[in-house]
Design a protein around this ligand. Sequence first.
Ligand SMILES: Cc1cc2nc3c(=O)[nH]c(=O)nc-3n(C[C@H](O)[C@H](O)[C@H](O)COP(=O)(O)O)c2cc1C
Length: 396
Amino acid sequence: MAARLSDPVRLGPVTLKNRTIRAAAFEGMAPGHEVSDELLAYHRAVAEGGVGMTTVAYAAVEQSGLAFAHQLWLRKEAVPGLRKLTDAVHAAGAKACIQLGHCGNMAKPGIAGGRALAPSAKFNLYGPVMPRAMTMDDISRVTRSFGEAVRVAKDAGFDAVEVHAGHGYLISQFLSPHTNRRTDEYGGPLERRMRFMREVMREVRQAAAGAIAVVVKTNLRDGFEGGNQLEEGVAIAKALEEEGADALVLTGGFVSRAPMFIMRGPMPMKEMSRRMTPWWMRTFVGAFGEWLVPEVKYADHYFLDDAREVRKAVKLPLVYVGGVTSLASAKTVLGEGFEAIALARALIREPGFVNRVLAEEAKDVGTPGLCDHCNVCAARIYTTSMACHHWPGVTA
Ligand SMILES: Cc1cc2nc3c(=O)[nH]c(=O)nc-3n(C[C@H](O)[C@H](O)[C@H](O)COP(=O)(O)O)c2cc1C
């Protein structure tokens, strides 16, 4: 019999009271790279809204991995704020996870403290950034930074970390033949492109030491010709199982090449460009944004067909993400044997979404989802407050 959303689920050393997770979705509420009252209040609201675990998004493991001035940076100075946040989440009955990221070829020099790092020096139009190829020293330092970030997360009271290995950020840039043109042992065939990810996993697991869960967000496919396809996505998932991940969150897409493959639907580029600096970015993105970031058609639970192939290939717990906005789509996903469901836009639209859907599950009646995947929430990433424009007082 299929699991119910309300059933507890175990991911390595951590047990969630139900099968829902707030997906990492960049909040922008970390001015000075630290937790703000708004960030704490948002995660408390999601926890009070019934979620089993909430994931604080996109915390950089070191300065070179920062893409925004209002993005978390996992260093010891951030611990007191993060500790208050995890205490608030725990008091509301949920578990707390933090996403460990490094943006690689998306880094902004003024914020990241120098030129962007990437597997290879290849122009990223979406930055726009010309990164420099990482040296062996860079590779071993960044690998160690992932481990250090886990220690910081443990000190701050997190129950889990989520290694971001998807969406075209640094680990994903190593995995993808589109961004990895290296000729050393970190480039070439997939096994060599996976080397950086495997080294990061070893460092992360050693630092976690079984006390907190290690979740990995990984691509099913990059979403464009010339990137990784499903066959590679399945092989990467198997490698992550070998490396001892406690669970995988299955996603897809590549910010610098196929951004809407991640979320589907349109990207309101005019709304996004409005807050961009400098002025020439605002003008360029306002004029050409819709051409640069074409719509990818949305459908409910749009990653399910691909995710099913990983389900067949591995045994570890799998977290489904992508296009779940109602009880009906959640039931379809759980019916296919996924252990948990991560939700981004449904929870941005409605922080109390989980309690509402659990009540519907108890009565066995479902209502249509409220989120219409218009993606204005994603277009607002240059603001310092993630929000849905259907909320009172929020403008697109
Ligand atoms: C506003 C916004 C910000 C996001 N930021 C991140 C992020 O920081 N890290 C990440 O892994 N995914 C990010 N995502 C992607 C989501 O985690 C998720 O994979 C995607 O939205 C599909 O799930 P959904 O259909 O439930 O929204 C973001 C999505 C949105 C809407």
